[in-house]
Structure formats: structure tokens, C-alpha cells
Design a protein around this ligand. Structure first.
Ligand code: FES
Length: 112
């Protein structure tokens, strides 16, 4: 089954800090927006290791460093470079429109 996706406006680019993430609560879903240079990224705000808030991590070289145990996750695809066999962080497509960040999300996020 294919889940339909929709673009949702989440924040102004200017509201995202330069060196860490911006936490966004959307219904039951917690997201983390990051900015590096001209690019904006969106990951689920939960580290796949033990659930730390990735928005509180530092950004370095295209990755966010988890604030609890230091694992590093790619901002562009969520892959973990510290332990490549680990589950990636959930990652969502973004785009910028008129200084605002839009993120492509499932229309009705499902919880299993
Ligand atoms: S909770 Fe993120 S590395 Fe452990």
C-alpha cells in the first residue's frame, strides 16, 4: 500500500539555529529541522539508538551528533556513520519556498 504524502509548512528558515536543530511538534510526530549553509534537512527527532532528541545535537560536516552517545547521522539521508549497520534516522524531503521550510510527510502519520 502506498501512503499519500503532502508538503507541510513547518518553520521559517531564519528560525533554525546555525549549529543545532529546531524541534517541531506536529500532532504526535516530533521532527527536527537542521540548516547547513543554504540547505535545510528534516529528521525524526528521535535517535534510533535510545531515542535522544536529535534536535539537541551539534551539526558537523553534514551530520548531526547525537547528544547522548555521540553517534553521527547524515542530515541528507539519516544514515549512521558511527555504526553503519544501525538503523538510520527517519529522514524527510524538504524544500524552501519564500523563506519557509516545507517538509514532505505522510498525510496521516501511522503508528504501529
Ligand atoms: S541515544 Fe543517540 S547515540 Fe545513543
Amino acid at each position: 500500500m502506498t501512503q499519500s504524502m503532502t508538503w507541510i509548512r513547518l518553520a521559517k528558515v531564519a528560525d533554525i539555529p546555525e549549529d543545532e536543530g529546531l524541534e517541531i511538534q506536529l500532532g504526535t510526530q516530533e521532527l527536527a529541522l537542521f540548516k547547513e549553509g543554504e540547505n535545510v534537512f528534516c529528521l525524526e527527532n528521535s535517535c534510533p539508538h535510545r531515542g535522544a532528541a536529535l534536535a539537541e545535537g551539534r551539526i558537523q560536516d553534514g551530520e548531526v551528533i547525537c547528544p547522548w552517545h555521540g553517534w553521527r547521522f547524515s542530515l541528507s539521508n539519516g544514515a549512521c556513520s558511527s555504526l553503519p549497520t544501525s538503523e538510520p534516522a527517519a529522514c524527510f524531503e524538504t524544500r524552501i519556498e519564500n523563506g519557509e521550510v516545507l517538509v514532505r510527510l505522510p498525510e496521516e502519520p501511522t503508528k504501529e
